[in-house]
Design a protein around this ligand. Structure first.
Ligand code: GDP
Length: 363
């Protein structure tokens, strides 16, 4: 990964949430009220010690992977209610592997993440997966099934591929025996020790966002009109990307974007104005790398940030990019029907030379 030759972190950092948790937020009462009515629900399941609690802690609670070594084993249903994240509203139910669940658990859930420990003997896990999938599908045919082949940090590249092939093959065979050959399972190789767990979670969450194609399209329009190479729309706290443009995702690019969010959040946490409202439309950060690329972060709302990567010469037209970003942000807000914030008027488009040529902007 490139080292930073010049770090220029600009803008107001009071905007990012000061606490890193997802606890209740007094400024967010209407979000909470509406979110409690309908919310996609993800169940996180798997055998004991497969890594469920660790995944949840690392992705949503900023626990470092090493600290999970000392987590107590799951022995009760933990209903993790992530209400404070306005766009990614979902619940993770961390469930012990041994308990037979009541049918109602499946009725309202939209996706099941089944975690399989790839470093352990996985025949039991596959049997459990099969039983879970056939039962859940019978009760609720709309459920999406996501299988995390987890702890792959301990496997060589060859072993990873082999484990995935073997698990995929056996799981499909088991389902076929039950007459469920058309049921689709998605497989991901994951580890909490690298970004694969965030990437997998991103894909799972994206499937549950009906507005995804619209957002992808907006991102495509944004990058093609602004000379941007890659753009991610991030849920800032979890570093899950809820959308990206349609060019392929390169893991290194995603990782460096995650790192940028960490830098900005840390700066915000240390130097942010304490009693500033957590929302600030002017939040931005620019990092120039020594390989001629520029990373640009802009806050979309209090939970989402746009992070883009572009060549240094494309960034010379920052005015165009900023203007296009404003159009993009407005469109995203329209998509989610977020009530407009009065702070919008204070965007930093003051100089007339900042305005783009009409054909450079998003219509
Ligand atoms: P749970 O019972 O399913 O909730 O499992 P835990 O979250 O308690 O994890 C069991 C053990 O697996 C812990 O010691 C974790 O540190 C370890 N673990 C979790 N995820 C990973 C991973 O991605 N790689 C490795 N090597 N160990 C992991």
């Amino acid at each position: 990964m490139s080292s930073y030759s010049e770090d220029k972190v600009a803008g107001s950092f009071g905007s990012f949430p000061k606490g890193f948790g997802y606890g209740p937020d007094e400024n967010d009462t209407d979000t909470q009220a509406s979110s409690s009515e309908h919310k996609p629900r993800i169940l996180l399941m798997g055998l004991r010690r497969s890594g469920k609690s660790s995944i949840q802690k690392v992705v949503f609670h900023k626990v470092s992977p090493n600290e999970t070594l000392f987590l107590e084993s799951t022995n009760k249903i933990v209903k993790e209610d992530i209400t404070n994240c306005s766009f990614v509203k979902f619940q993770v139910w961390d469930l012990p592997g041994q308990i037979d669940f009541h049918d109602s658990i499946y009725e309202e859930c939209e996706a099941i993440i089944f975690v399989i420990d790839s470093q352990d003997e996985y025949m039991d896990a596959l049997a459990k997966l099969n039983a879970t999938v056939s039962k859940a599908h019978r009760i609720n045919p709309g459920i999406k099934f996501e299988v995390f082949i987890h702890k792959v940090d301990g496997l060589s590249d060859d072993h990873k591929i082999e484990a995935q092939r073997d698990i995929h093959h056996r799981a499909s065979d088991n389902l076929a025996e039950e007459g469920l050959e058309n049921l689709h399972l998605s497989f991901y190789l994951t580890s909490i020790y690298d970004h694969s767990i965030f990437e997998a979670f991103s894909k799972v969450v994206q499937k549950l966002i009906p507005q995804l194609p619209v957002m992808e399209n907006l991102l495509n329009i944004l990058i093609s009109n602004s000379g941007i190479e890659k753009a991610f729309l991030f849920d800032v706290i979890s570093k899950i990307y809820i959308a990206t443009d349609s060019s392929p995702v390169d893991m290194q690019t995603y990782e460096i974007c995650c790192d940028m969010i960490d830098v900005v959040i840390d700066m915000s946490h240390i130097y942010g104005v304490k009693d500033d409202a957590a929302f600030d439309t002017k939040s931005a950060s620019i990092i120039k790398l020594n390989n001629g690329t520029v990373m640009y972060l802009r806050e979309v709302n209090r939970y989402l940030a746009l992070v883009c990567i572009m060549r240094e010469d494309s960034f010379e037209k920052q005015g165009v990019i900023d203007y296009n970003f404003l159009c993009f942000r407005q469109a995203i807000q329209d998509v989610f029907e977020v009530k407009p914030c009065s702070g919008h008027a204070s965007m930093a488009l003051t100089s007339s030379s900042d305005f783009p040529q009409a054909n450079g902007a998003i219509k």
